[in-house]
Design a protein around this ligand. Structure first.
Ligand SMILES: Nc1ncnc2c1ncn2[C@@H]1O[C@H](COP(=O)(O)OP(=O)(O)O)[C@@H](O)[C@H]1O
Ligand SMILES: [Mg+2]
Length: 258
């Protein structure tokens, strides 16, 4: 049975230029494709979503002002991310996905600067055909609070599911030889090692506080060196995710974390 962790980028589930916005049409489309893929083939799936215009501006503001995530910042981020995740889950359920919200800050903490999660229950849910939904969030750290990125959680979850593959559904068609938002002549790479891709990628260039495309590569190398395999695809390109999940040709980049 194929196993995937699907990361829904904050850039596609929200409008990153509009605070507290959720992109329902895109999310509904993605939900339909996931539900259709689950009907068409045997799949084990989990979903991780980002903060987008819910999480990032709130965190950016307190990081700029205080340099750290303090208690009020943690409390506000926690509230906003739970609200966003509930809406994401609601749209996925409406589309036919057996989605169940898990709360990151209840199962994850930063221990000595490293993300540490208890994902046994999540893996068990996946085994029963449920689709757990977890997200980037504020979490407890050794002596305070820190942001844990969805781009870290995907790999911990992939590992808990038995070396699942990761699908990054983001706002560009894959990894290009330069940032396609800045260079219209950028060329899409079909297959690349994370090390090589690091030569081409920048950050997010927008409100992302957790490092954009570059950190998707660096975090994968940190957590999944030797076994990780990811796909970077455009979450807004209709039926592309369905094609990938059901083994048909798709537009995107395959990344190896060797
Ligand atoms: N070489 C590159 N190829 C593709 N995307 C790149 C590259 N360099 C930088 N990026 C940027 O990475 C962004 C995706 O990362 P991010 O904004 O964090 O998305 P998400 O919300 O999915 O986590 C793209 O919008 C793009 O501008
Ligand atoms: Mg991001």
């Amino acid at each position: 049975m194929k196993r995937y962790v699907i990361k829904l980028g904050g850039s596609i589930i929200t409008d990153k230029d509009e605070p507290l916005s959720i992109n329902i049409p895109t999310l509904l489309g993605i939900g339909e494709e996931i539900a259709a893929a689950m009907r068409a083939t045997d799949l084990s799936l989990a979903i991780v979503h980002g903060g987008g215009s819910y999480g990032h501006p709130s965190v950016r503001e307190c990081l700029d002002r205080k340099g750290v995530m303090d208690e009020p910042c943690y409390v506000r981020t926690a509230y906003l991310m739970s609200e966003l995740s509930l809406m994401v889950t609601q749209v996925l359920i409406a589309a036919g996905v057996p989605a169940v919200t898990l709360t990151t800050r209840s199962v994850c903490a930063m221990k000595s600067g490293r993300p540490d999660c208890e994902l046994g229950i999540a893996a068990e849910m996946v085994g029963r055909g449920l689709v757990p939904v977890i997200f980037g969030d504020g979490v407890l750290s050794d002596d305070g609070y820190e942001v844990m990125s969805g781009d870290d959680i995907v790999w911990l979850l992939a590992k808990a599911m038995g070396d699942a593959e990761v699908v990054f559904a983001t706002d560009v068609d894959g990894i290009f030889d330069k940032d396609p938002r800045k260079s219209p002549d950028a060329r899409l790479l079909k297959e690349v090692s994370a090390f090589e891709a690091l030569k081409y990628v920048g950050g997010s260039g927008r409100i992302d506080v957790t490092g954009g495309m570059r950190s998707k590569l660096v975090k994968g190398l940190r957590h999944a060196r030797g076994w990780g395999r990811a796909y970077v695809v455009n979450g807004g390109r209709r039926w592309n995710l369905f094609n990938l999940l059901t083994g048909k040709p798709f537009i995107g980049t395959v990344v190896w974390y060797q």
